[in-house]
Write a protein that binds this ligand. Sequence first.
Ligand code: FAD
Ligand code: MLT
Ligand code: ZN
Length: 452
Amino acid sequence: MSIETTTPGHLECLDRIAAVVGEPNLIVDRDLVAGYSVDWTRRFSGPAVAVVRPGSVAEVAAVLADCSAAGLPVIPQGGNTSMVGGSVPAPTGVPPLILSTLRLRRLDPVDDLAGAVTVGAGVTLAEVADHVRRAGWTYGVDLAARDTATIGGTCATNAGGIRVCAYGMTRDQVIGAEFVRADGSIISRLDGLPKDNTGYHLTGLMVGSEGTLGVITAVRLRLHRPVGTTTVGLVGVPDMAAALDLVESAVPEGERLLAAEIIDAEGIRLVREVAGLQPPLEQEWPYLLLLEVSGDWLELPADSDAVVAMDTATAARLWEYRERQPDAISALGVAHKLDISVPLPRLDQVATAARSCAPGDARVVVFGHLRDGNLHVEIAGVPAGDNELDRAIFAITAEAGGVLSAEHGVGRAKAQWLHLSRSAAEIDTMREIKRAMDPAGVLNPGALLPLS
Ligand code: FAD
Ligand code: MLT
Ligand code: ZN
């Protein structure tokens, strides 16, 4: 057993924490800690002093109170599927303690009357989906990392995913939260009353706070009734403007749009190379639009080049072209994974400009959640530390009226560029909120807000 270099005060703090959570739940072995210290993209990593795995809200509170008093930084971590380095330490600075939420496994029975469920932070998205499906409900957030991403992490990042056009972002699902402030005080607002205008909405403040304001230990989630049969299709389109026109007209009367995703030709080529998928259509198109609607058909123009799934196995096969994009680009090495939000009329213009920022020998794929104006511009073949490429694409996005994070958050990756998408007054206000919630500055320092 060994431990990352730290101060005597921090070592004493870790001893007290071991006494609270039990020795097996304080991991100090360097090799084991290293597994928690690099994120999914492999672009972001840094040393941590240890990993703590509290098993209750009381244990989270004791850990945070001790760390605040000792000035030991804490990084909350769920499934560690962050794409922006928010869940792992920075390469420099005081090595933090990683607080893993994976033992916070509360999973209450579904409340049929309220259409809601209360869930611990460490439960995965897939587990929640399964749990509520068995009770006749559906959860409104879904994304490809569903087997690993946690409810706590998706709330902390206000995750989006593939169902936003039908149900909204995570913020629209969270009707209550239990969380622990940096000083160890617990705030519990899990009643989820449909109407409650009693002061500042602290639950809302926690959603999207990226581990900088407190540790979410449980949430109350709004549920939806499933729509029944759905139809999935892939359609070739010349550009995103044409794809957007198709989205509205493809939904049969009385039915609902459930997904409208876009993949460019390079993304299709790459996923075929890496995953060995067959060409989806006879012709190659600049973009493929993936649509999912409720009901049993899609309203497509007669001359469309399209494939429409007639069974669930084919529907799953069509989804593969989209869901395997993040893995496909990462198979080429450490990629720059940018997640921008763009006004719908400017999607084509921004995609073209973003591609032109990358060097000629890099591979660039553009895919994303079309109906939400959310593009993922992902680039392989550029050094991981080339931040100038990211900055150039964020600047183009901001000039077009968009922002540098649509759904992944700011994390450590984009904190230095926050001013491109937020005014000085907004950043000052965020800093004041941070000071109020975490006066010792121990929660996820350097994530979301740049270190000053
Ligand atoms: P982590 O990565 O562990 O943490 C993310 C952030 O939340 C960190 O800042 C961390 O400090 C903080 N945090 C974690 N848990 C807590 C807690 N309990 N309390 C306070 N702070 C906490 N994201 C999307 O929005 N849409 C997508 O479509 C999407 N698709 C993805 C597909 C793949 C294949 C992968 C790998 C990732 C994808 N992501 C997507 C990104 C990622 O899954 C989300 O950001 C997700 O919300 C992170 O959840 P997590 O549990 O892994 O959190
Ligand atoms: C997705 O929509 O697939 C994700 O947000 C992941 C990514 O951007 O790579
Ligand atoms: Zn996405």
